[in-house]
Design a protein around this ligand. Structure first.
Ligand code: ZN
Ligand code: ZN
Length: 174
C-alpha cells in the first residue's frame, strides 16, 4: 500500500490495518488474525513526512530450542521521519528535526509503502533469542526428539555415546 506525499495532509492521515495476513518473511510463518496496525502520517513539507505507528501482532515464528512454531506476542510503537533526497540534495536540514532525533529514512521518490514499513518494524521487534517458553526443553541432541512432548532414553545412554566416550578420552589425556 503506497501513499504518495501529495495525498497526505498537514493535519495528518490515519490508516488502520485490521488484517496483516499478507505480511510474510523468512522468519515469520504467518501473522495471527488479531494482528493490527495503526499509522498516522503528517506532512511536514513537500519533502518531509512524519510517521507514527503502533503494531499489535502475534507473528508465528520458530523456537530456537525446539524448532516448533509458536506465536510471539508483539506490541511496538515507532516514530520515523521520511525525507525525499535525490533531486533535493541542496536543501538545508531543519534544526528542529535534527534535535528530535527521529530515525530518518531517505526516499528516492515522495511515496511511502506502509505495508513494507510495518513488515520491517515487526522484524525489528522480534527477539534475538526466539524461545517458545522459558521452560522449553528443546530437542535431544542425540535423537532429535522434541523433549517438550516426548521423552527419550538418550540421557541414560549418554555415557555410551561416541561424544561421551570422546569426552572421557580427552579427560584422560590431561
Ligand atoms: Zn521451544
Ligand atoms: Zn534422545
Amino acid at each position: 500500500m503506497r501513499i504518495r506525499f501529495s495525498e497526505i495532509s498537514p493535519n495528518g492521515n490515519r490508516y488502520e490495518f485490521n488484517e496483516l495476513g499478507g505480511i510474510r518473511d523468512q522468519e515469520i510463518l504467518s501473522l495471527g488474525h488479531n494482528s493490527k496496525a495503526e499509522v498516522v502520517l503528517v506532512k511536514k513539507s513537500d519533502t518531509q513526512v512524519e510517521l507514527s505507528g503502533t503494531i499489535k501482532a502475534v507473528p508465528e515464528i520458530i523456537c530456537d530450542r525446539c524448532l516448533e512454531p509458536f506465536g510471539y506476542v508483539l506490541e511496538t510503537s515507532f516514530h520515523l521521519l521520511f525525507e525525499v533526497s535525490g533531486k533535493n540534495k541542496w536543501r538545508m536540514r531543519e534544526v528542529e528535526c535534527a534535535s528530535e532525533e527521529l530515525d530518518t529514512i531517505e526516499l528516492d521518490e515522495p511515496s511511502i509503502d506502509l505495508i513494507e514499513i510495518i513488515r520491517q518494524q515487526i522484524l525489528l521487534s522480534l527477539p534475538v533469542k526466539k524461545i517458545c517458553s522459558t521452560e522449553c526443553k528443546g530437542i535431544c541432541s542425540y535423537c532429535g526428539v522434541n523433549l517438550n512432548t516426548e521423552s527419550c532414553r538418550c540421557s541414560q545412554q549418554a555415557n555410551n555415546s561416541p561424544f561421551a566416550i570422546l569426552a572421557e578420552y580427552k579427560k584422560k589425556q590431561k
